[in-house]
Design a protein around this ligand. Structure first.
Ligand code: PEP
Ligand code: MN
Length: 667
């Protein structure tokens, strides 16, 4: 059993919790994990039919945040131990980018099997970074099956790789093969890789875990998932909180491929553990031309990232040439991953783009540091509470640890941006199933000092959520936001007797279930919201994916006070976590026209004359003025002088004109 303590627990409350456990026969070990203090309790009277111990009583003790029981032999690695997925942060110091692995991102690690020379690793690093890899891999100590095969360049190789990583602003990962070597490597590598052959080298796990640095733990070629998680437990128990599991193929009776990629291990791990899952398609299949398919399959199955072998001249590689991709193949694969990621609700993580003509990484890295400092000190506002889709969009735009304020309405988000209590806000403007969210366009016209600074698209997967023990048969009432109902219309139509209650946001609807009545869950009420909202409140999923069409995306815009934040932060590269940074290439306007024939045409003519192409044109009646119309226009352009010239002319042609902002379009 795991007892997570509140951050503000007093020594007295902690002593009371410990006494309660010990009086009930538990032996208790204290452990810190990702900033949480956990009491790991074993033995005791749990489950004894007449025992006085009550898990509920324990959970209600002051200072106890959460109690989780797990019957698994691993505890720190168990999903139940943490409410959220582990997000591993790597790199950052002294001159590199911080890369976050886990959550709604796909991170790609790439590089050669082995470091062969200073030039080879430098060239590979530049090529893979250009294509979108965020971490550089390469072996300095190679565990080879034959003692006569190339064994790696050792420390020299690691130094070459560190220099190549620094030059590109990329963190590096390299394999450590013995506890004796680990100490000497720890200041050079950002991530330690424990190879398949060493997965159960327990002395190595203990030593490497004690450094507290991130570790990529490969699965042994014949290890079960449980053995693998127990190896991860060694690392966590030794002191690191940042463990990533890497599936790299297992040995089966099949010999066509080098190993057999265990795709099903990905969803299994997602259920069993909070740790990120990385897939190594190169060692799994061992055949270059099959690496892309295996990579895409891994992303589709829910992997948080990939580690892929790439070599500038694979035919001359000193190890694993036949499975190493040509840089061009890797480039193509990255494009496919980028296209696939939104389908699984994720986004391909990219390092900030470096300016052309400035190949020196220092510039980029210094800029990043500035941007991430701002991230920590500025709040972003969203409508709703934890578990809301807007909160997920905020995670994507600014990172999970970005300071935030959840507010009761979209207008309150605009207010917060205007009065400076938030530097940014995030609001939905359009859904692919239900169309434009007019309320937010109207807010732009009411708040002329608020502008659009960026946008992102989030895939929305709705679930029917209820307390444990409920079923489709017990449900009588469903709570959600009106958009939740609208997007799940077909599913709801199959249950004509259900009553619907509209809530301010989907997460609030889920939260209301968690409280129940008098502590007893009400099995007749369900809510429509995200899976993460259900997990947050410990509720069950009665049905997932109930949206009418799986192609259900919501477009969110990031808003800022006009003339202050939006331009300054955009140019600083703020928001590299998912809010597409880079030069603006899109602009949005809202205008209304005179109620007379032919008054729209000259407006469109102005855009045409200035060579501005529209990507959206939508009309809607103006509130309180029947048969007068407002037009929403998106323009694809990066040319602000053309845009300004067109705006000047539109000013004379329209009744009212609101320029919402120029920003970088989401992919
Ligand atoms: C490697 O990644 O270079 C490697 C040797 O992989 P594995 O330990 O999975 O065989
Ligand atoms: Mn290899």
């Amino acid at each position: 059993m795991i007892v997570a303590l509140s951050k503000d627990i007093s020594p007295r409350e902690k002593a009371a919790a410990l006494t309660y456990l010990k009086d009930n026969g538990f032996s208790v070990r204290e452990q810190e994990l990702a900033g949480d203090v956990l009491l790991i309790a074993s033995g005791g009277t749990t489950g004894a039919p007449n025992g006085a111990f009550s898990e509920r009583e324990l959970a209600l003790l002051p200072g106890v945040a959460r109690v989780a029981s797990t019957s698994k032999p691993y505890q720190l690695a168990a999903r139940e131990t943490r409410g959220a997925d582990t997000i591993v942060s790597v790199g950052g110091a002294p001159s590199g980018s911080v890369v976050k692995i886990g959550g709604a991102r796909i991170c790609v690690i790439a590089g050669p099997c082995a470091v062969e020379s200073r030039e080879q690793i430098a060239e590979t690093a530049a090529r893979v970074r250009e294509s979108g890899a965020v971490v550089l891999r390469g072996g300095a100590y190679k565990p080879r099956t034959s003692p006569y095969a190339f064994q790696g360049l050792g420390m020299k190789g690691l130094e070459y790789m560190k220099a190549a990583g620094d030059a590109q602003g990329m963190p590096i990962v390299t394999e450590v093969v013995s506890p004796e070597l680990a100490d000497g490597m720890k200041d050079l590598t950002d991530i330690f890789q424990i190879g398949a052959r060493n997965m159960q080298n327990f002395e190595l796990l203990k030593r490497v875990g004690s450094f507290g640095k991130p570790v990529l733990l490969k699965r042994g070629a014949s290890a079960t998932i449980e053995e693998w998680l127990l190896a991860a437990e060694y690392l966590l128990a030794a002191g690191t909180k940042d463990v990533m599991l890497c599936e790299r193929g297992i040995r089966t009776f099949e010999t066509y491929t080098r190993n057999t990629l265990d795709i099903s291990a990905i969803p299994v791990l997602k259920r069993l553990t909070h740790l990120p899952v990385i897939v190594d398609p190169s060692h799994a299949v061992g055949i270059r031309d099959m690496v892309p398919s295996a990579s895409l399959a891994a992303v589709a199955a829910g992997a948080d990232g990939l580690t892929v072998e790439v070599h500038p001249t694979p035919d001359k590689a000193l190890s694993d040439g036949p499975q190493s991709l040509y840089p061009e193949q890797f480039e193509r694969l990255m494009r496919d991953i980028e296209a696939l990621s939104p389908v699984v609700g994720k986004e391909l993580l990219r390092l900030p783009r470096r300016e052309a003509g400035r190949p020196d990484a220092k510039d980029g890295a210094e800029k990043d540091k500035g941007a991430s400092v701002q991230l920590q000190t500025e709040k972003a506002a969203f409508c709703g509470e934890n578990g809301a889709y807007s909160g997920q969009a905020l995670d994507r735009a600014f990172g999970e640890d970005a300071p935030r304020i959840g507010l009761p309405s979209f207008a309150a988000v605009f207010d917060a941006v205007l009065d400076g209590s938030a530097a940014f806000g995030i609001v939905p403007v359009e859904n692919s199933l239900t169309g434009t969210i007019h309320e937010n366009y109207d807010l732009f016209t009411r708040y002329p000092d608020v502008a659009i600074a960026g946008e992102l698209k989030l895939r929305i997967v709705h679930c029917l959520i209820a307390a444990k023990g409920a079923s489709l048969e017990t449900i009588k009432t469903v709570r959600s936001h009106s958009q939740g109902f609208a997007q799940c219309r077909e599913f709801l139509d199959k249950h004509p007797n259900w009553r619907f209650e509209t809530w301010n946001n989907t997460a609030a609807a889920v939260h209301s279930l968690a409280s129940g009545t008098d502590g007893n869950p009400d099995l007749s009420i369900a809510a429509i919201a995200s899976e993460s909202a259900a997990n947050l409140y410990g509720l069950s999923l009665l049905k997932t994916g109930i949206e009418t069409n799986p192609q259900n995306y919501t477009r969110f815009v990031i808003i800022a006070r006009r003339g202050s934040g939006e331009t300054a932060h955009r140019t600083a590269g703020f928001g590299k976590a998912g809010w597409t940074s880079g030069e603006p290439d899109k602009a949005s306007l809202v205008f209304s026209i005179k109620d007379e024939p032919g008054s729209l045409y000259p407006c469109l003519q102005i855009l045409n004359t200035h060579g501005l192409s529209m990507t959206k044109l939508e009309s809607r009646p103006i509130l309180g003025q029947p048969w007068n119309y407002m037009f929403y226009v998106d323009i694809s352009t990066g040319d602000s002088s053309k845009l300004n010239a067109a705006l000047g002319e539109l000013e004379n042609q329209t009744e009212s004109l609101h320029f919402l902002g120029m920003y970088r379009a989401a992919v």
